[in-house]
Design a protein. Structure first.
Length: 127
């Protein structure tokens, strides 16, 4: 746990998911120290860590299975939804390492459903 309170500064993140060079999902987040989004229940709810997970292609069965895996069984605030055929998981926590472990667990559990590959963490997570 970092213990950081982010009392100064700004955050901006832009994420674009392209499939065959066509945008499937475009997101933008931006806030500054002191913004209501940091402490409000509809925002970060005073958590220090925000995580996102995306899976493609996904369908209602993948979403159902994912929700069963996270429904009340995790350490943080987490939810899953479908945006067209993109699975989007959002999580709020206070420990980045614990959140990463939870997202790794979810990925291992749903990877076969999404792309037919056996469970395993993406190589990028080893960096």
């Amino acid at each position: 746990m970092s213990g950081d309170d982010y009392s100064t500064g700004e955050f901006e993140q832009v994420f674009t998911l392209l499939v065959d060079e066509v945008p499937r999902l475009i997101e933008r987040q931006q806030w500054s120290a002191g913004d209501a989004v940091l402490s409000a229940p509809w925002g970060l709810n005073s958590h220090l860590v925000l995580g996102s997970f995306y899976g493609f292609p996904a369908d209602k069965e993948v979403l159902r299975h994912t929700r069963e895996l996270i429904d009340g069984k995790n350490f943080c605030d987490m939810a899953a939804t479908l945006v067209d055929d993109v699975l989007v998981i959002r999580a709020l926590a206070d420990d980045a390492f614990a959140l990463r472990e939870e997202l790794t667990r979810l990925w291992s559990a749903i990877r076969m459903l999404i792309n037919g590959f056996s469970p395993g963490a993406p190589r990028i997570w080893a960096t």
